[in-house]
Design a protein around this ligand. Structure first.
Ligand SMILES: [Zn+2]
Ligand SMILES: [Zn+2]
Length: 385
């Protein structure tokens, strides 16, 4: 006598062709509900970002944020499945959102036309299940790594060059992070750029690496597969580089070793929720925390002004240092190099305590770090919108 098939067998073998996700649900460990509930931030809307976003939408990921500050150019069209020539000159984040929405109406896509270095708060990253980095430079990767660690959110890095590529999964905790895997040469390349008093923003944005759309599909596909594993609590090779050599068709993995003194290993614990936003001032933050003595530690050095020692003039800047290009660091009158006057912490008794946090370069929905004589406290700012 044949036993009745049990419930899980029935679920496995009944295919509802009217259910968009029915074929995916045939995969044994698949839980479409987890994917529908997932929140993912995609950083960068270039070749990798296009492939990643395409896959996330086909899978039905519930909420997807995408950040990019660039506009679509004709030369993007050979590697970006979601861009068309009619989009030339339009912001990539908005175009990709509009086009990807058409792939699957179940997904909520939220574009951020901005710079990952300055326009994303740690609150947003804390709210994500996974961050997927689709970046082309070390500075932005290092920044995403540090923010993900502070927020305790896993992130997946992808990198491509010609027909080769690499995928790296990082899960905050005791394991190695992106910075642990940085070599002396990586640091040297970054410090070359930082050695000038002003960050050479122009140079960083020129990091145009030759890539084929085929490797973007492979690595973007791997990044999303690793995200699926994280969403399902399946094991990942976190803390490793998974390297694909497309020329030789070789695939290998190398494990990073955690660095004792790694500067990225800081996680913001016991975050205090508040009604404050980045329009609030440090004075208001301290009233809320009932503190009489406190210092706000800025994640980003803030450039207040540039001073000329030769003609004793100064230029007011009031922007995060990382946004100021070296071309601005020259005196308009005498052409001599200007000296930056930066702020990295703000005292409750100092001159900036009644300025809005936003005017000190703190982004929307951030977590701010307040040092008191006895401890360090972390305050989550609300979304302004
Ligand atoms: Zn590390
Ligand atoms: Zn001057």
């Amino acid at each position: 006598m044949n036993p009745e098939p049990n419930k899980s067998d029935q679920e496995t073998f009944v295919i509802d062709e009217n259910d968009r996700y029915s074929r995916l649900k045939l995969i044994g460990w698949w839980e479409q509900e987890r994917i529908a509930a997932a929140k993912i931030l995609v950083v960068g809307a270039g070749a990798l970002g296009n492939e990643v976003l395409k896959n996330l939408c086909l899978l039905g990921v519930g909420t997807i944020y995408i950040i990019d500050f660039d506009v679509v150019q004709e030369s993007n069209l050979t590697r970006s499945v979601l861009f068309r020539s009619r989009h030339e000159g339009q912001p990539k984040a908005s175009v990709i959102t509009e086009m990807a929405s058409d792939l699957n109406p179940d997904c909520t896509l939220i574009p951020i036309e901005g710079n990952v270095l300055t326009d994303i708060g740690i609150g947003l990253i804390r709210d994500m299940d996974v961050v997927i980095g689709c970046l082309d430079n070390r500075e932005a990767r290092l920044w995403v790594n540090r923010m993900s660690w502070k927020a305790n959110t896993p992130w997946i890095d992808g990198g491509i060059q010609e027909i080769n590529g690499v995928t790296k999964v990082f899960v905050p905790g005791d394991g190695p992070c992106y910075e642990c895997g940085m070599t002396e040469n990586d640091y040297r390349l970054i410090s070359l750029r930082y050695s000038c008093p002003l960050l050479r923003q122009e140079d960083i944005q020129q990091g145009k690496v030759p890539t084929a759309p085929t490797i973007a599909s492979i690595i973007g596909g791997m990044q999303v597969q690793e995200a699926l594993k994280l969403l399902h609590d399946l094991p990942t090779d976190d803390g490793s580089a998974m390297v694909f050599n497309g020329a030789a068709n070789q695939f290998y993995k190398t494990k990073f070793t955690p660095k004792e003194d790694c500067l990225s290993h800081e996680t913001y614990e016991d975050v205090i929720e508040s009604e404050l936003t980045h329009e609030s001032t440090l004075q208001e933050v301290c009233q809320f925390l009932e503190l009489e003595e406190a210092t706000l530690i800025l994640d980003r050095d803030f450039l207040v002004r540039l001073n000329c020692r030769t003609c004793e003039s100064h230029k007011q800047i009031d922007r995060p240092l990382c946004l100021v290009g070296s071309s601005e660091g020259v005196c308009d009158s005498c052409q001599q190099p200007l000296q930056p006057e930066t702020v990295s912490e703000v005292s409750l008794n100092g001159e900036f305590a009644n300025r809005s946090l936003a005017s000190l370069g703190i982004p929307d929905w951030d977590v701010i770090k307040i040092r008191t004589p006895s401890e360090t406290r972390f305050v989550l700012l609300n979304k302004a919108g």
